[in-house]
Design a protein around this ligand. Structure first.
Ligand code: NAP
Ligand code: ZN
Ligand code: ZN
Length: 352
């Protein structure tokens, strides 16, 4: 298979900093789109993976799964895109396409193993996949998304993971008018969750550990804010929420948040902390409560989410960084110090 070399930023070991490196991309095959990457969002999953916090990271690791760019080359069978189109790539670049989940448009739950944008198994090059912290990427047209023309490009990049990861469970658990929904953890995912839940018509309640985010939460669309470190506020709101989306990246007491649910309410985890979260039986039993999880979203639903964001004029609140600022950005992510998503201007990598 013919390949070409591109500049990328990645890491060689869990404790090593990210550095510039060269990686291989395949030359477009018949169904491939080559994308010149303009912006890439920085997801907390990038950090968990780069540092092997979930185990299973294959090094070198090049993170990045919130990609927007311009089509620079297409294969002979590509019908969905043409050179110059503005497109996106999220967390998935392939799947088996034949299992029940794939046939239902739920490629994220592919029963034969999906291919994630980074740290997946590249079916063409037979090594790990490399993500969006790079100049260019080559992706099968079926895993490429169309960007609504009215949206700011850099602010759209985080929709490809943070947007779909919050949209999919909010929709699945039927959040909308008449429902009171709590969003826990106002980082990249959480702030998108607030915007999307509000646009879906739900009464939206932010639950944060950061007093400094209260004013922002209201600006993002929250109807109410609960400071979770304040026992009194938590007690006052016990039993009030129909649904809670938990977007927290670190250890936290899940039982405290379950107490906010009404009877028959559900708390869904999208946040994926490194260590298990103990749940008390009596946090669930009285009130017939559910505790569940959700992973990103399929390709069809990701396009639906992008179109929804286009209609409602929703993008991410971003702080633009240069590629070489990534290690400092990871440290700030760990402190919850980002409003609300770092996005890498990929021109900065091309200059070096
Ligand atoms: P992020 O921007 O770092 O936001 C995480 C937020 O969690 C922080 O801003 C903070 O919000 C809250 N938080 C942090 N430490 C906390 C603690 N000890 N107790 C309570 N709250 C705490 O991260 P992100 O990119 O949004 O990602 C969030 C998590 O979702 C990560 O674990 C990531 O890997 C995971 N993820 C999962 C999927 C999926 O498919 N399920 C997809 C993408 C990401 P406050 O300041 O408001 O408290
Ligand atoms: Zn992500
Ligand atoms: Zn499948």
């Amino acid at each position: 298979m013919n390949t070409f070399s591109v500049k990328a930023f990645g890491t060689e070991a869990p404790e090593a900093a990210l550095n510039q490196m060269q990686i291989d991309r395949r030359e477009v095959t018949a169904n491939d789109v080559e994308i010149d990457i303009l912006y890439c969002g920085v997801c907390h999953s990038d950090l968990h993976t780069a540092r092997n916090e979930w185990g299973g990271t294959i090094y070198p690791n090049v993170p990045g799964h919130e990609i927007v760019g311009k089509v620079s080359k297409i294969g002979t069978e590509v019908t969905k895109y043409k050179i110059g189109d503005l497109v996106g790539v999220g967390c998935l670049v392939d799947s088996c396409r034949t299992c029940d989940s794939c046939r239902e448009g739920l490629e994220q739950y592919c029963e034969n193993g999906n291919v994630q944008t980074y740290n997946g198994q590249d079916k063409h090059l037979h090594h790990q996949t490399f993500g969006g912290y790079s100049e260019r990427i080559v992706v099968d047209q079926d895993f490429v998304l169309k960007i609504p023309s009215n949206l700011n490009l850099a602010g759209t990049a985080p929709l490809l993971c943070a947007g779909i990861t919050t949209y999919s469970p909010l929709k699945h658990w039927k959040v909308g008018p008449g429902k009171k929904v709590g969003i826990v953890g106002i980082g990249g995912l959480g702030h998108m969750g607030v915007k999307i839940a509000k646009a879906m018509g739900a009464h939206t309640v932010v639950i944060t550990t950061s007093a400094s985010k209260i004013a922002d939460a209201k600006r993002l669309g929250a109807d109410e804010v609960i400071l979770s470190t304040d026992r009194e506020q938590m007690q006052k709101n016990a039993g009030t929420l129909h649904f809670i989306l938990d977007c927290v990246s670190a250890q936290h007491d899940i039982n405290a948040y379950l107490s906010l649910l009404r009877r028959d309410g559900s708390l869904t985890l999208v946040g994926a902390p490194e260590h298990p979260l103990p749940v008390a039986a009596f946090s669930l039993i009285p009130g017939r409560k559910s505790f569940s999880g959700s992973m990103i979203g399929g390709i069809k639903e990701t396009q639906e989410m992008l179109d929804f964001c286009g209609q409602h004029d929703i993008t991410s609140d971003i702080e633009m960084i240069r590629m070489e600022q990534i290690n400092g950005a990871y440290e700030r992510l760990l402190k919850g110090d980002v409003k609300y998503r770092f996005v890498i201007d990929m021109a900065s990598l091309k200059e070096n």
